[in-house]
Ligand binder design. Sequence first.
Ligand code: PLP
Length: 344
Amino acid sequence: MVIQGYPNPGDGLRLHLNENTGGCSARVLEAIRRVRPSEVSTYPSYRDAVITTARHFDLDPDWVLLTNGLDEGILMAAVGHIARRRIHDAENIIPLPAFDPYPNSTAAVGATAIPIPPGPEFAFPTGAVVAAITPRTRMIFLNTPNNPTGQLIPMADLARIGEAAPKAVVLVDEAYIEFGGASFLPELPRFRNVLVGRTFSKAYGLAGLRVGVVIGHPDALDPVRAVTLPFNINAVALAALDAALGDVEFLPRYAAEVRESRERLYAACRRLGLHYWPSAANYVLVRVGEAAPLVAALAARKIHVRDRSKDPVTPGCIRITAGIVAHTEAAIEALESVLAMRER
Ligand SMILES: Cc1ncc(COP(=O)(O)O)c(C=O)c1O
């Protein structure tokens, strides 16, 4: 049977999709319980949610487009800027390693992907990205912190690329920025060609409800708005978003757990002699050598991590979500025991 989405790994700790391992705020669940029958039976209104989100990010509401997860925002950015304009020779620049929806959305709108390999130790290839810009470049996908490496793109490099490609749309994907690094949002007013993508899936634990946001100057955002379906986010998700943003203690508490978990993962890697990349996000990329049997052995211990080894840019690597410290400790224990078996 072919089923959409990612396969469910079954029981155990989900450390393979960079989700919030602690769940959402209790206030989100209370808000969901308060949803009225008429809110379910009528089409949603987005006005309040857009205003609340704009206030949260200190933005003009005209710069905000709520999307069904940032995934939808990525696809709609490509549809709005390439397919809707019937551009047949579009090139999209995609620095590697890349989040799958960048090449997938590029292919969906008939554009050509221009992949750019990273520098040593995943240094961001700013010069190569700038050199790859042509008159056909329509989109540039910049992901900071990067999934899966956790590396940040320096602010000056984001700005340099935005300035170097005034005819293209630069999508700065900040899905994990709440866990480390500074947002590009304060720089955004200088750019008419840059969109910032954010999600409430990770830091706020709303992945199951699907809420993201694309932010930018109306010149860049309106083409995306034009192709986004009118009722793209459901009423329950809107109620949840309002409650999540209202719980101002939730994020600092969770971000502190993530920071501590990252440190414990680094320490475990050092003990085990595994190479890792210090991460600004809620996951750590680790080089383990032969990854598939290790991932399977961890799964047998009910610890699910992501095998990144099939991507030629991350050979021999796995990605481990860093969330609640107790969960990270369970993962470390399993990793230690699996590696001890491997060495026998
Ligand atoms: C880099 C990156 N961007 C965007 C997303 C999309 O998040 P969502 O569609 O859940 O908002 C993810 C999720 O894994 C991600 O890793």
